[in-house]
Ligand binder design. Structure first.
Ligand code: SF4
Length: 567
């Protein structure tokens, strides 16, 4: 059976154990939530020794299920004060599973900067003073040089070391590029523990257990074909998630000018289509069909180079383009790419950072659309400038300190680049998700028989999606193929069969719904014990009172509907 490895960074004690029977069918977000709920006092200081940092692989990790290798990072959040799981692609979930572990739990605080090395011989904690203060790119380079190409790396950047609430945990792709588990300040939890990095090398170890290989193989064949042939996955492959910029603009729900507009004149300039055009023009080094993890069959990731072919950034995604682009009225793609590189290098969440920069623009700290000014403002985090320090503490702190009334946060976390007055089911998810505002928890996009902008039926839509994506995050599957699977009964059936084949169980058609509900119940209960009430499930007033341009819509889902999601 897969194991749990608890490492006490204060004492150096390392304790492998079998997963408890009640956790044996959990991975990723569900396992992380269960560990945090059991081991962390909900009222504990998120940056103190009582908090834990969970690193969890999903149920699918290390198997042949396509896109099944997301890595979950969990903790009590220093940004929201509630429970948090942020996930990313990369190689580490697969390596963890190959070593026979479903999760690592980092407890206590190290006395000095440290790196934990995990391989088939066990776990070792080593001093890492030479890494402290380095950006994530340099950290990854140094650790790769020391531990070789078989290593997967998880690290925090200077932002995490400086305990900024917008800081992320960075992990590596097969080609050692950074991917970010961004949300909720999980990088600050890692930094507070003086844990600069975790290195995972699975050489010689293939301990992933599959109870029924034949059943898994049959399910995987159908899933792989179903995802590969999905039209939206083709669009993602061609233009990356940046193609969502023009789509959201056409639906009048692209976060623009601190959520005062749903359309942005410069949308094409910061879109995936523009990146694809640059690649087609022969810009050297541009790559549109990159994959962030082994087993991906979608290839939505991008590598962005400058006009001379020099690498600038990778994983240059919709949310970054929306929050730091349209939401700040920035249409300069080249500088946006440099900002994305900076954010990855110092290890911060581009959503939270983009939200903070936009409220700073609204306060008049810098002009709308000032890309170079935004770069300098963000870089001020590591230089310790007055405004840089504010940005690092997130959108809410920045907005309050600068006297801005329109602050787009829920439970202390900035919303993503989807306008909730137009996408009202997404708005309900922002309100009610125990993770704080998060599009990955249930983004309700318009469909054939679903009106996203009606005030009716949104609570049920949000509830269904929140359960589905909580289950997907527990399985460790990437969000994008999960979008292809959700509406297709046969693919959903095969995903359920795949999970059953791995765990040796026979699950019914409601498995994903039940799994998601179980995970959400743990998270909601943690937040309740941390002091969250119904009042924390309300939108900032401006979404209710101020029509968004040009649709003229306000958020008008009845409060009793919102409260019915977790009744
Ligand atoms: S679809 Fe995109 S985000 Fe998902 S695993 Fe593939 S490259 Fe990574």
């Amino acid at each position: 059976m897969a194991k749990l490895l608890t490492v006490n960074l204060g004492s150096g004690a390392v304790a492998p154990e079998e997963l408890k029977p009640e956790w044996s069918d959990l991975g990723g977000r569900g396992l992380s939530a269960s560990i945090v709920a059991e081991r962390v006092d909900p009222n504990a200081d998120a940056l103190g020794p009582e908090n834990v940092l969970v690193v969890a692989a999903g149920i699918l990790a290390g198997t042949a299920v396509p896109n099944g290798g997301r890595l979950s990072i969990g903790a009590k959040s220093p940004l929201t004060g509630g429970i948090k799981e942020a996930n990313a692609g990369g190689v580490c979930a697969r390596k963890l599973a190959n070593l026979g572990y479903r999760a690592l739990v980092m407890e206590g605080l190290a006395a000095e900067p440290s790196v934990m090395v995990l391989n088939a011989s066990g776990a070792t904690i080593k001093p890492a003073g030479d890494l402290w203060g380095l950006g994530t790119y340099a950290t990854i380079d140094k650790l790769r040089a020391e531990y070789g190409d078989a290593a997967g790396i998880i690290c925090c950047g200077p932002a995490g070391e400086m305990l900024y609430a917008n800081s992320a945990v960075i992990t590596t792709t097969p080609d050692f590029l950074p991917r970010s588990a961004s949300r909720g300040g999980v990088g600050a939890v890692m930094g507070s523990k003086k844990l600069k990095a975790i290195v995972i090398d699975d050489t010689g170890s293939r301990l992933v257990e599959v109870a029924n290989n034949a059943a898994l193989k049959s399910a995987v064949t159908v899933l792989t074909n179903g995802i590969r042939t999905d039209q939206i996955m083709h669009y993602l492959k061609d233009s990356g998630t940046g193609m969502l910029v023009t789509l959201a603009d056409s639906m009048e729900c692209l976060a623009t000018k601190n959520f005062s507009q749903g359309r942005f004149d410069g949308n094409y300039e910061i879109s995936g289509e523009k990146m694809a055009w640059l690649a087609k023009q022969g810009r050297p080094g541009m790559e549109m069909k990159h994959h962030c993890m082994p087993g991906c069959v979608v290839y939505c990731s991008t590598i962005f180079s400058d006009a001379n072919g020099n690498y600038v950034t990778s994983g240059f995604e919709y949310e970054t383009l929306g929050l730091l682009g349209s939401n700040c009225m920035i249409s300069d793609l080249e500088t946006l790419a440099k900002i994305d590189h900076l954010c990855d290098d110092i290890g911060i969440d581009t959503i939270e950072t983009g939200g903070a920069v936009a409220v700073a623009m609204e306060a008049g700290i810098l002009p709308w659309g000032d890309a170079e000014g935004a770069y300098k403002l963000i870089n001020g985090m590591v230089e310790g400038t007055e405004h840089g320090k504010l940005i690092g503490q997130g959108t809410l702190v920045t907005g309050k300190a600068l006297g801005v009334k329109r602050i787009p946060v829920f439970k202390g976390q900035c919303i993503s680049a989807w306008e909730p007055r137009v996408l009202k089911g997404t708005g309900v998810t922002y309100c009610t998700s125990p993770q704080g505002a998060d599009h990955t928890d249930g983004n309700a996009l318009p469909g054939m028989s679903y009106d996203a902008s009606s005030p009716e039926g949104q609570a049920d839509m949000s509830k269904d999606l929140q359960r589905y994506f909580a289950a997907i995050d527990t399985l460790g599957m990437c969000l994008f193929p999960a979008l292809a699977i959700n509406p297709k009964v046969m693919l959903k059936k095969k995903l359920i069969e795949a999970a059953g084949a791995i765990l040796g169980k026979k699950y019914g058609p409601d498995y994903l719904d039940e799994l998601g509900a179980r995970v959400l119940a743990v998270e909601v209960d943690f937040n309740r014990r941390a002091g969250f009430t119904r009042e924390d499930d309300r939108l900032p007033a401006f979404f209710v009172e101020e029509p968004v341009d040009p649709s003229g819509k306000v958020f008008d889902v009845p409060v009793e509907d919102i409260d019915s999601v977790f009744a």
